[in-house]
Design a protein around this ligand. Structure first.
Ligand code: ZN
Ligand code: ZN
Length: 249
């Protein structure tokens, strides 16, 4: 009898055993202070600034609270003038301290196991936020970059989040046609927009259009998430929401 096929996103006994074996060979160390135990120790986790209100209800950028006190309904000027194609974006952390270290470890040091710890924080944000979405969709990486890294960090986060939240993955609906230079290096907004212009395409799918949650590691200016959402909405999908691990304030 052949073993039953593993449902996507469900951890198998084998992978848990494997994880324990890996922990013995490569004990977990905090990405912030190097202490053994967890990828983000309690002290470093507590020190990371949380992305808390008052923030723009669309892009989650900090907004000044009005005299009457912070308003959840506030929208920043940028979102009022140029509304993004996504309905709203959220994240647990500001891109700083151990949150920045975790992203670096995942993206540049090949520490793929840290994705589980990162996804736990994202799952908590998702549970508090509860956007009306039916599936998760990672922001794709261009083929070359994926090959050199060996994985797409957004896909790892989406897979872990799927396991934690029970939301399915929307498959490979989005394709990245070209790699964009890291957003941090593109100085102004128009240069950032030009970088992602036409970068994403939507695969034809027989599946019905669903409200989607885009998953990425960091939101910098939001133009990447906007470009993904625009491609999806244009192809008849959505509405689109976005969840990242951190954002640059
Ligand atoms: Zn630490
Ligand atoms: Zn905004």
């Amino acid at each position: 009898m052949s073993p039953p096929r593993q449902a996507a996103g469900v951890p198998s006994v084998l992978s848990v055993t494997w994880e324990r074996a890996l922990d013995l060979v490569f004990p977990r160390r905090c990405v912030g202070c190097g202490a053994f135990g967890d990828f983000m120790c309690e002290a470093c986790l507590a020190a990371v600034p949380r992305a808390q209100p008052p923030r723009c209800r669309v892009c989650w950028m900090p907004v000044l609270s009005s005299a009457e006190g912070p308003s959840q309904a506030e929208t920043c000027e940028r979102c009022r003038l140029h509304p993004p194609a996504f309905k709203a974006a959220r994240c647990p952390f500001v891109y700083a301290g151990a949150a920045r270290e975790a992203v670096h470890a995942l993206k540049y040091d090949g520490l793929s196991a840290v994705a589980g710890t990162m996804a736990e924080a994202m799952a908590a944000s998702l549970a508090a936020w509860r956007p009306p979405v039916a599936a998760l969709l990672p922001v794709p990486l261009a083929g070359g970059r994926r090959r050199s890294r060996g994985y797409n960090q957004s896909e790892l986060l989406a897979r872990e989040l799927s396991r934690l939240s029970g939301l399915p993955l929307a498959g490979r609906l989005l394709v990245r046609r070209k790699a964009s230079p890291p957003q941090a290096r593109a100085a102004d907004e128009s240069a950032r927009r030009a970088n992602v212009e036409g970068a994403f395409a939507v695969r034809r799918s027989a599946e019905p259009a669903l409200p989607l949650l885009l998953i990425d590691d960091v939101m910098t200016s939001g133009v990447t998430l906007d470009a993904c959402a625009r491609a999806l909405v244009t192809a008849g999908h959505g509405p689109v929401y976005a969840l990242t691990f951190a954002r640059e304030d």
